[in-house]
Design a protein around this ligand. Sequence first.
Ligand code: GAP
Length: 467
Amino acid sequence: MRFDNNNNKLNLIIKHAKSYGFIYNSCEIYNGIKSIYDYGPNGLVMKNNIKKFWWDYMVRYRQNIVGIDTSILMEKKVWIASGHIKKFKEYYIEIDNKIYKIKEFINLILKNKKIKRKYLNLLNNNKNKIYKLLKIIKKKKLFNNIKVKKVNLMFRTKINPFNSKIYTYLRPETAQGIFINLKNIINSTKLTLPFGIAQIGKSFRNEIVTKEFIFRTKEFEQMEMQFFITPGEEKKWYKYWIDNRLNWHFFFNLGKKNYKLNNHKELSHYTTYATDIEFKYLNKYKELEGIHFRKDYDLKQHIKYSKKKLIFFNPKTNKKILPYIIETSLGVDRLFYSIFCKSIKFEKTRTYLKFPRFISPIKIAILPLIRNNINIIKLSKKIFKNLIYDFNIIYDEKKSIGKRYHYYDAIGTPFCVTIDKLSLIDKTVTIRNRDNMKQIRYKINLLKNYFKKKFNIYTFFKKSIKY
Ligand code: GAP
């Protein structure tokens, strides 16, 4: 199917995600809440598959990376030390009571020939230049009622219900939970440099004007890993993690040309340098994952504000050092969206999700061809029982076989197993492939092995992680 514009495709993606139990707008019965979403039964399983694939690659199969799970609510001092209270801010422009994001504002102003492009380019690279631009705009009297608004993106919340002065913030990144637990972790494990600490969890940012479905939301999940290294080794490890992360993304098979590396010009307050892995979602490359060199910024800040010591030894010289940190940070929801954008296929007779097999929520559907043959039903249930503990599968005898194929294609199920009269005689079934709709006959007693091979992703891990 060809699309006149990306909004058409986006609308179809949103509709499909809702109709097939992947993603719903939050609080829909109360007309919804902007930029917050819920995951339905299929969306949840798919999200868990994504998280498992990240966790296996980053933690489970590595000897020098451990995982933790820290609280969303932390002492306010954490956010003072981390710099988020002072610096985690976004600029918006208000014109006649309407709020514009900087990019929207640039588009608006671009239409106006009186503003030279060079001023706008300034803004692209450094948002602080907005004040300079505003002066020019005011001088030229382009808008009567124009203001810059600088807002902190963190959600503030009371921590003591009886005292409004005791408040904190919902975490805007999972990373800080790792830094403030570093002492506990090194004291309770056998880790020595270089090592990593990983975490998957919810983060919250009060993002304004968010349009592109789950690309940017107020509540989202991050998969972050902080890698602690000996100072001086940052170049080597930075390259290592960019290569590793990019190769991990390639395994989703969404087309290598859809990924691009982008060295950040505008840096967040805690980074020394940063590279984004960008992805072409609909028609534009946008950030998917960030690899950040945070140096010793966070540790220094927490040592300063907590007044606690952090003693590390360089394993080669045995002298005291403060490690540097390289962070990999990926949004689960954004990755989910990237997979959805590229996997949805519109054909004349069907719309289906060509998900990578290991991500599909349901791996195999067991479908008796006819309902009113007790022997077919019995055999189907026997096959189901034999596979259920090895794969996430479903047994379904409702509706015509055509409608069932249609449904399982639409939720991205890679294989349908159909049991018919011939199965009773020759102990074979039909395996139907989602992508090309081809069917083969296969021996029932060899099914488990057949699927084990189809869903084996460990060859990937073996190739990409060196011990
Ligand atoms: N700890 C570093 C950090 O949080 P970031 O570049 O602000 O860095 C990292 O965010 C990743 O988190 C992004 O690349 C993106 O995948 C995801 N992310 C950030 N803000 C998001 C939002 N509002 N909605 C969905 N995902 C978001």
